[in-house]
Design a protein around this ligand. Sequence first.
Ligand code: CMC
Length: 428
Amino acid sequence: MAKKAELHYDGKVYELPIIEGTENETAIDISKLRQDAGIITLDRGFKNTGSTESAITFLDGEKGILRYRGYSIEDLAENASFLEVAFLLIYGELPNSKELYNFQEEVSKHTLVHEDVRAILDGFPSKSHPMGVLSSLVSSLTAFYPKSLDPNRSAEEVNGTIIRSIAKLPTLAAWSFKNRMRQPVIYPDNSLGYCENFIRMMFSLPTVNYEVNPVITSALNKLLILHADHEQNCSAATVRIVGSSHASLYASISAGIAALWGPLHGGANQAVIEMFEQIKENGGDVNKYVEKAKDKSDPFRLMGFGHRVYKNFDPRAKIIKKAADDVLAQLGVEDPILDIALKLEKVALKDQYFKDRGLYPNVDFYSGIIYRALGIPTDMFTVMFALGRLPGWIAQWKEMRENHEPIGRPRQIYVGENERKYVSINKR
Ligand code: CMC
């Protein structure tokens, strides 16, 4: 017999269907509740509300499990390439060698952006944050590909927009950095792999023959995979909700970049390093900052700590911590910030406040240390996150479209004034 939940309200009993996922996750379907009982549910920040049924990413916050399409994050980060994982997320299965070859070829054919994008880029002051520049440039792609405005085109045409997004984001990301440095932009080199090409566009100069270090490309490949999707997080939910109005994929991704920018989401990776630097400059007393984070009258939080879903550990943080050690050793970099990070982690993990609330280092606690070792400046860190998260956003958008999901439009409980009469200005 199908399971049902019962709601007793105002002397009546309402039966609510139960939805079960393939990993036995359970939800009460309340979609008819307003129609049947005249009430809605209220859940600020959607802390306990599922917005969709999704077959892309599974995570179990209590057990620290993260899987893309059934494959564990540990397995993928160790063995796969970023484009292979992008294919998996977007199309549902790992590619065979021919499919991967064709996918890589298609992506590398579209890395160039229209020359007029440079004029838009030139209009940004050099102090612009690269996330703002990136979000604007992605949105500007709608102007260069006006047909992309209609997401109801054939699957083949929609796929063209998907390929272009993946191909062009590294170019736009690297160019947003070049704008900040007021250096000439470097054009993509389609003979190079995805990560290699991006690193070259970031660090090459017309006057210097830049050799990409394989330690750097391999570390970048791993970081991008670890960030590639994370089910219904703030930016993915944004991409789905913007796309649900039938806005274009480029517009939806641009909105996703804006959502990712905030320090409670992807912007935490920049905020973490700024926090470590601040602690170092103030004498390195980590206990003082742990106490500040616990003080409810102080808005300070330990950046890189805590997660909406992970309450035991973040599996990505485990992999990244090890990768940070490896990268620093391989590149021969000694970063005093690492000592601060290790001390802070040790003190916070022993502290009852953090234990009681299930607050552990998250993916962003150590990622900045690797980005610094790779030579990436702090305000580019969230751009790196966006580069990694792109296939996840595309997969979420595509699934939402293919499932013909309705426009995202939450309800509210109104707590404002009741009806009142307009009073003319000279009587107020
Ligand atoms: N430092 C100090 N206290 C914290 C922290 C923190 N980093 N995170 C949560 N808390 C406390 C919070 O004050 C609250 O305490 P109380 O129950 O006494 O009121 C309790 O823990 C629960 O916090 P919450 O804000 O209700 O939890 P949430 O699920 O809404 O927020 C979070 C999750 C990630 C926004 C939050 O932990 C946070 O602000 N962390 C720091 C920013 C950060 O590192 N963000 C990156 C997340 S991982 C990358 C990504 O996927 O986006």
